[in-house]
Design a protein around this ligand. Structure first.
Ligand code: ADP
Length: 206
């Protein structure tokens, strides 16, 4: 749904501006959108980046696949429509975090290009950083940390991305991590380096 259901609603201006918040935090808010197959390393990288930023005195948070499905998105399943809605809500939540100056790291398969592009489109230029965890399916399947591929191959999980549901790779992500040929520390370091080099770890006017 792109239009709000109610007619008599207006946007309210914040009295503390985003720039003031960012100045206080010494950083720029953004959504760092990690996408890739199950077991490609999204949660691992998100946590390592979060930790690295925290150690540098920066403010970040992680929105992670399963956790969100216990709460905010507990009403959603894995049909294409529910996946669309899952990703839409997460994009909106990450945007709210970014507007408070937080670096919001999201770790969701988010297999549909259209869903990710829509989330990019609700953000201003530079507020949405797409990170593609490019990892061969056979490597993901060999890792299978939660045994999900085995279950999917046995027909116990319908619509499992990479097995019985599609994954659409990003066409021009800001960052590509080859998580099948580098270690997780190296992958996370590339994300932190991108944030550093592109001014996200400084206040806007610095
Ligand atoms: P996802 O969140 O994408 O489902 P996880 O982060 O839960 O994936 O699991 C990925 C697994 O792959 C972890 O066991 C992690 O240690 C391992 N791994 C190996 N190399 C990397 C890498 N470069 N980046 C991230 N994870 C990696």
């Amino acid at each position: 749904m792109s239009q709000p259901k109610s007619a008599n609603i207006t946007h309210q201006e914040a009295c503390v501006t985003r720039v003031q918040r960012e100045a206080r935090l010494g950083q720029r808010g953004a959504t760092v959108w990690l996408t890739g197959l199950s077991a490609s390393g999204k949660s691992t990288v998100a946590r390592l980046v979060d930790q690295a930023l925290h150690q540098r005195g920066k403010h970040s948070c992680v929105l992670d696949g399963d956790n969100i499905r216990f709460g905010l998105n507990r009403d959603l399943g894995f049909s294409p429509e529910d996946r669309n809605e899952n990703i839409r809500r997460i994009g909106e939540v990450a945007k709210l975090f970014a507007q408070t100056g937080t670096i919001a790291l999201t770790a969701f398969i988010s297999p549909y290009r259209g869903d990710r592009d829509r989330n990019r489109a609700i953000n201003a230029e530079g507020d949405f950083i797409e990170v593609f965890l490019d990892c061969a399916l056979d490597v993901c399947e060999k890792r299978d940390p939660r045994g999900l591929y085995a279950k999917a191959r046995a027909g116990q999980i319908p619509e499992f991305t990479g097995v019985s549901a599609p994954y659409e790779a990003p066409k021009s992500p800001e960052i590509v991590l080859h998580t099948d040929r580098e270690d997780e520390v190296g992958s996370a370091a590339q994300v932190v380096a991108y944030l550093e080099e592109n001014g996200y770890l400084r206040a806007p006017s610095e």
